[in-house]
Every structure is written in C-alpha cells, then in structure tokens.
Write a protein that binds this ligand. Sequence first.
Ligand code: 0L1
Ligand code: MG
Length: 264
Amino acid sequence: MSLTLSRDDIKLLTDRIEAAQLNAKAIPKLTDDYPAMTLADGYAVQLELRRRWVEQGRRQAGWKVGLTSKAKMIQMGVNVPSIGFLLADMARPENSAVRTDDLVHPRVECEVAFVTKARLAGPHCTREDVLAATDFILPAIEIIDSRFAGFKFDLQSVVADNGSSARYVAGGRARYAHELDLGTLGVVMEKNGETVAMAASAAVMGHPADAIALLVKVLDELGEDLPAGSFVMSGGITEAIAVKPGDHVIARYQELGSVSVRFV
Ligand code: 0L1
Ligand code: MG
C-alpha cells in the first residue's frame, strides 16, 4: 500500500473526519479534494484518528470488518473489506436507548461478533486459526453512520472515516464457536415489529470467520496484530437499515438469541 498524502494532509483530513464525527455534520467525500488518495492514505487517516483518541484516554475494544458481503464488494469494486477500530465507549447496553442527535444518518446491521482468547497475526491467517483463537461468539447489532453527505463515498474515504463505525450493541446468548454452524446461522431483523431484513451468515464472505482472517491479514499489512481479548464484529449479514428516533430494532439470531436497541 503506498501513501500519497503528506503528514500535514493526513492531519488536516483527520481534523475533518474528527469534526464530522464529533459534531455529527456530514462532509463531502475526501477524494473530492484529494483525488489521488489511496487506500493506504485512508488507513493513515484512520490510524491518526485512533492515535488521537487513545491518547485522550479512550480505550480500544477491538475491530470491525465492513463491506464483507460479495454484493457490496462488487458494488464498490474492491476485493478486500474495510476495517475500522471499535472503542469501548461506542458500546451501548442491550435494549438501551441510543441517541440519534449525535449521529448523521444512522443505519443498523446484524453481525456475528467474535471475542478472542489468543493473539492472531500474520499474512496467512485462516478460518481454522480464527476459530481456534475464538473464546466465544455473540450476536450483535452495529450502528453505522457514514459521515459523508448523501452516502456518496469511496473506499478510501470510508476507511478514513473508520469504516463508518459509530455504536454497537452485543447481547443474546454467548456461545462457543464449536457449538455452532457459523456458516449457516439465520438472522431476522425487525423494525417496529415488522420484518425488514433476513439472511444467513454465509452472506459474510461464505463464513464470518473468513472475515476475521481477512481482518488479520489487513492488520498485518498495517504492521499490527489482533490481540487476545479483542471484540470483533465480522460484517453485516443483512443489508443496512436506516433508523430514526422512535424506532425499535430487534435482531433474532438462530442459536444465539436476540439483540435489541431503541433510538431516541
Ligand atoms: O460495516 C460496514 O459494512 C460499513 C461499510 C461502510 C459503508 C457504509 O457506511 O455503509
Ligand atoms: Mg458493519
């Protein structure tokens, strides 16, 4: 991955992303002003954002993988998912009321979350490596919030915007990975009592553990690893569904129970 942005440009673009996130103000995609921006540049901005926030005392809980469904990858013309970091203070309790006034245009996704018990690293991480390093599995809802006006973005901009990460809710029943057929877990998402999406976990790259293996490879390219004790969301099984104040969302997972969240 090669960088085109100068150190000053990386700082300036991080300022833009940080302000958009903190003020919930949509901005144009970054490539409008920096058309030569590469994926490496996007990750450099994301890294600078993470560095600033960790320096301010915010704790990293783990990672998320995004753009993991084949349809979304083909649509974006990419063959790698985006990754983003998750901070502990982005987590919300099960069935809590999530504010929307500090978000731009939130959407929800049903995801399988992995909690790891061993370090994962290197360019050759496999599904089997991921399953062996997994402590347990949780059902989750990710609340994404692209900071780009009108959802007009490209991969570089989305990566700089931390993969649209905003909030996440885990709940349901924790299960050991070996007790589940992780490739065929069904999920139904309801909004205000109506079914709005349904799919099986195979939609995530064939098997959600493959998304975690890809995350580890991307981390390796960035010179990082996935430490034991990480909370990792493997990518949307269903399409992302827009939410607004007053909405109540429940994701019902086969074998894993349900997770719900309200919006105010
Ligand atoms: O979690 C995701 O798949 C996020 C993808 C980024 C693009 C979006 O905001 O939909
Ligand atoms: Mg997601």
